[in-house]
Design a protein around this ligand. Structure first.
Ligand code: 5AD
Ligand code: SF4
Ligand code: FES
Length: 346
């Protein structure tokens, strides 16, 4: 049961007074400390390819954006990145890519997962974030050694979802994917974008209720950030970075207070809006950081939104930078540990 009623969640999400905001973050931090502690776990992100068959109205690498220069890592490049993370004692990696479901792609991922598992003595955790797939594909990847999967629902409200996606992007199919992943034994993460056009605070409360109802283990949410080459950019002409950051932080805090023992990521999009946005996310209740470990030469081509940080940095620079940022707020990094969500009961 959620620790907060709908009315309480709504009231907390509506706070604007600075002192009340500080109190909300303090309260969320105390819940985080009690249920998941103050160790931050790293998930190194390998951005495998920006080829995507989908055409989400908000995303910079949508198939309908002719400006995207396509890239795909080779198997060796992907494995090398993942093993770099292993050597750095990151507990796990996330393999993320635009969505493809052709047989060649399914085989390719299976091969990478198996190779990374074997070359890391079965120690490196592997999370996949590769969109909607068939049950058979999810099962093959699970059997190859992936044990977590991230699939954001983007919005738990099907009408809002329909405004953000072309007609053939099916909300029900997405929910069914989440349920299939859980059934197969994956630790399952989902999340939403915060501050979307047409989105209300009630929608965000419903999102938290959705996370609870679907018994979600991990949450990755970030502020919506317009990308100029997308149809949705025009829908919010007076986008306000500060307000978006604040709403995203409130959402993290309310999620932490309501759901207590889940893993919550402090996502890169927070840092796109403010240099210390990810530290602010940790202080508002998040406990996971996903350092970018993609080779610098490909980073510019994986821009889902504008202003993504670390475009010219390499994996090693991000590691040092994040270490400084995290220790500066008095937290510790959980090196060489999976850092499973205590919510996940196997
Ligand atoms: N702003 C913020 N997040 C975005 N994503 C895609 N486009 C944007 C955007 N413009 C998020 C989606 C997707 C994740 C990989 O990136 O939530 O699931
Ligand atoms: Fe593809 Fe994901 Fe972007 Fe949608 S949000 S266009 S599925 S990469
Ligand atoms: Fe990449 Fe700071 S996190 S350089």
């Amino acid at each position: 049961m959620s620790k907060l009623s709908r009315a309480e969640m709504l009231q907390l999400l509506a706070i604007t007074d600075k002192a009340e905001l500080a109190e909300l973050y303090r309260r969320a931090y105390a819940v985080k400390k009690q249920f998941v502690g103050t160790k931050v776990y790293f998930r190194g992100i390998v951005e495998l390819s920006n080829v995507c068959k989908k055409n989400c109205y908000y995303c910079g690498i949508r198939s309908g954006n002719p400006k995207v220069e396509h890239f795909s890592l080779t198997k060796d490049e992907a494995v090398k990145s993942a093993l770099w993370a292993y050597e750095q004692q990151y507990g796990s990696v996330v393999i993320q890519s635009g969505e493809r479901d052709d047989a060649e792609f399914v085989d390719f991922i299976e091969d990478i997962v198996r190779t990374v598992r074997a070359k890391s003595n079965n120690e490196l955790g592997i999370t996949l974030s590769l969109g909607e797939q068939s049950e058979e594909t999810y099962k093959r990847w699970f059997d190859a050694g992936a044990h977590r999967y991230l699939l954001r629902i983007e919005s738990s409200n099907r009408e809002l979802y329909a405004k953000l996606h072309p007609a053939d992007h099916d909300w029900d199919k997405r929910v069914n994917c989440i349920r299939t992943l859980k059934k197969l034994g994956y630790q399952c993460g989902t999340g939403v974008m915060i501050g979307l056009p047409y989105q209300t605070l009630e929608h965000l409360v419903d999102d938290i209720m959705f996370f609870e109802a679907e018994d979600i283990d991990m949450i990755g949410m970030g502020p919506y950030i317009p990308h100029e080459d997308t149809p949705l950019a025009k829908a919010l002409p007076d986008y306000n970075e500060e307000e978006h950051l604040e709403l995203a932080l409130k959402m993290i805090a309310v999620c932490r207070i309501a759901l207590q023992d889940v893993n919550i990521a402090s996502t890169t999009a927070l840092q796109a809006l403010k240099d210390d946005g990810r530290e602010m996310g940790l202080l508002a209740g998040a406990n996971i950081i996903m350092p970018n470990i993609t080779e610098t030469k490909y980073r510019g081509n994986y821009q889902l939104y504008k202003g993504k940080p670390c475009m010219d940095e390499n994996a090693n620079q991000c590691r040092g930078c994040l270490e400084t940022r995290i220790t500066s707020i008095g937290e510790e990094i959980g090196y060489a540990q999976w850092g499973d969500s205590p919510h996940y009961k196997g």
